[in-house]
Design a binder for this molecule. Sequence first.
Ligand code: SF4
Length: 67
Amino acid sequence: MAGWGCPHEINDVCSKISNLPCDPGMKGCVLAGRYVFGSETKNARLREKQAREATPAADEHNAADHP
Ligand code: SF4
């Protein structure tokens, strides 16, 4: 991987995910859920997080209205 040095990458292999070839953003990658990737399949975690972050605000509002 060029440009950024992931501490888990050793010889193009990911030591974090079962020594699979490094594929930034894949499931289990430290980058998954933090950045938007060109492939929408890698954005699943990010989308889940965004959905969760949108929901609690509504819950807090409801809790304040209905103790
Ligand atoms: S897949 Fe992700 S965690 Fe693994 S080496 Fe690549 S950038 Fe690092």
